[in-house]
Structures are given as structure tokens and as C-alpha cells.
Design a protein around this ligand. Structure first.
Ligand code: NDP
Length: 271
């Protein structure tokens, strides 16, 4: 469920997974307006729909219309997965854990590290929650609207008071870059081909790594990281792992990760 959905690769990835698991299920894009959200949930309950993913722009506003929300998704205020419990629709988020899994070996570098998250929207919230519980020393959140960054940091601090964290403007974050072991680009800047990089990376340490959540094409942020020979990842791994975790929630089966990865990479190579 989202709007717009024409760019979404989740239907093709999840349908391949259902087929591999021999489940006669179908995953269909439901493009709905905000006004149709409540009615769509009622339809899902009535038709015994097993679950759904929720994406832009409903990850935050859907919380109040669900029958229950898991604790981390509730306090972060972002849901990307719905699943059925009896005849109730529960919400959770697999974005944060999907992000951590996508790091692979880089995950080991998180312990005791300091970093910067660019953005304070739904994706940044999930990433911040996951990083807060992954053993980092601290991080700053930089956002165009600094108030939103400060609110996210406040929410994180209430749960993780020992974490060193603050909200910054982009200008302030440029000065902070030289102290960072990692930078996560979680804004939507870069979604349009030709968008500039949200932040120049010239002061980033050569040992730092960067993660771009956008997976549709190579962004200018990632191009600059490549030019500077920084360790880097795009958002394909996060997309894969959040989808695999949603699949496991709906089916109770282990996700066929390799099939899902192959389908995703095939689709991306056609773009
Ligand atoms: P939201 O709409 O919730 O947040 C958008 C963020 O981008 C906000 O921080 C916003 O700042 C910032 N932003 C938007 N336009 C500008 C601009 N012109 N200049 C500076 N900052 C800007 O989106 P999401 O958090 O859901 O998604 C963010 C990105 O993450 C998207 O590109 C999405 O594709 C990607 N994503 C990838 C996933 C994956 O699996 N790889 C999963 C989820 C998301 P402000 O608060 O000031 O408006």
C-alpha cells in the first residue's frame, strides 16, 4: 500500500518468493489515497488478507488505524509490514533489521563507532532505531528541517540515554563528517536522476563507509563515495532483507533469499 507505487519492485520479488515456497498467494500493489486508507484496512480484514507492506507516504499515519503495533515500530512511529493475528491487523517494521542485515561484514564495524544519518523521515527513523541497538557509540542526525532531526534524536535518547546523539543542520553536519566512521544517506535526494549529493564527502575519513538507501540507480552521493574510494553500499540489500523479513512474518517460512535477490537484481539491471 502506498502512493505512488509504479516504481515498487516488491510485487515481483514477493511473488517469486511465494512461487518458490509453493504458496498459492499473490502480492499486488494497492495504490490508495490517504482518504482510502481506513477503508482499505477494513477490506483487508474482511477478505482475510494475510498481510501487506506499507510504503511512502503512509508508514507513519497508518499507526493509528491498526489493531496493534509492535513496541519498536510504535515508539519510532513507522510501520512497513502488516500481518494478521486472528482477525486483527498488527503492524511492525522490518526496515531497521533489514538495513542491519544488508551491511553484511560492515556490521562488525559498528561497535563503538560514531556516524551520521542524513534525513529524519520514515526510513531514517527505522535506521536510527536499528543503529541505536547495534552497539554504536553515537550518531548525529542531519535534516533539512532541523526540528524533525531533533525530534528523532529526542525519541532515540529516551530509549538509549547513554548513546551520544544530536540533531544538526546540513551545514553543521559538514563539520562533523571528519569524526564519522560511517554515513547513511536516508533522504529522498537522489531519487531523481541528476539530483545533487545532499552533502559533500570531502572531509570523510578514508576508513569510513557510506550507505545510500536509494537503490534505483547510482546517485551522485554514491558516485562521490566511489571517487573517494570509500567503502559503500546502495539500498538493494536493505530492500531485499526487509522484504525477506516481511515474507517470514506472513508465512512462518524461511524466505528464499537467493530467489528474491536474483529477481531484484534482474529488475534493476533492466532499469
Ligand atoms: P520520507 O518522505 O519519510 O523522508 C524524506 C526525507 O528526505 C526527509 O528527511 C526530508 O527532509 C528529506 N528531503 C526530501 N527532499 C529533500 C530536499 N530537497 N533536500 C533535502 N532533504 C530532503 O521518505 P522515506 O524516509 O520513507 O524514504 C527516504 C529514502 O529512503 C527514499 O529515497 C526511499 O526510496 C529510500 N528507502 C529505501 C529503502 C530500501 O529498502 N532500500 C526502504 C525505505 C526507504 P524534511 O524532513 O526536511 O522534509
Amino acid at each position: 500500500m502506498g502512493h505512488p507505487l509504479h516504481h515498487s519492485l516488491s510485487p515481483v520479488m514477493q511473488n517469486a518468493a511465494f512461487q518458490k515456497a509453493e504458496l498459492p498467494w499473490v502480492y499486488a500493489p494497492l495504490e490508495v489515497t490517504a482518504g482510502q486508507l481506513r477503508g482499505t484496512l477494513a477490506m483487508m480484514r474482511a477478505l482475510n488478507v494475510r498481510g501487506a507492506n506499507v510504503t511512502v507516504p503512509y508508514k507513519e499515519i497508518i499507526l493509528d488505524d491498526l489493531d496493534g503495533v509492535e513496541p519498536e515500530a510504535r515508539w519510532l512511529g513507522s510501520v512497513n509490514t502488516l500481518y494478521r493475528k486472528g482477525n486483527k491487523l498488527q503492524g511492525t517494521s522490518t526496515d531497521g533489521e533489514g538495513f542491519l542485515r544488508s551491511l553484511g561484514l560492515l556490521r562488525k564495524k559498528l561497535r563503538g563507532s560514531t556516524g551520521l544519518i542524513l534525513g529524519a523521515g520514515g526510513a531514517a527513523k527505522a535506521v536510527a532505531g536499528a543503529l541505536a541497538r547495534s552497539g554504536v557509540k553515537g550518531f548525529c542526525v542531519a535534516n533539512r528541517s532541523v526540528g524533525r532531526a531533533n525530534r528523532l534524536v529526542k525519541t532515540i535518547r529516551q530509549r538509549y540515554p547513554r548513546l551520544e546523539s544530536s540533531g544538526l543542520s546540513y551545514r553543521e553536519s559538514e563539520k562533523f563528517l571528519s569524526r564519522c566512521d560511517w554515513v547513511v544517506q536516508a533522504t529522498s535526494v537522489g531519487l531523481k536522476k541528476g539530483d545533487p549529493s545532499p552533502l559533500p564527502l570531502k572531509d570523510v575519513k578514508p576508513t569510513a563507509f557510506v550507505v545510500e538507501l536509494i537503490y534505483h540507480h547510482e546517485t551522485n552521493f554514491l558516485r562521490e563515495a566511489k571517487r573517494r574510494r570509500l567503502g559503500r553500499l546502495n539500498g538493494t540489500g536493505m530492500l531485499l532483507h526487509q522484504g525477506a523479513l516481511s515474507f517470514e512474518r506472513w508465512t512462518g517460512k524461511k524466505a528464499p533469499l537467493e530467489v528474491m535477490r536474483r529477481v531484484l537484481l534482474e529488475c534493476l539491471s533492466l532499469k
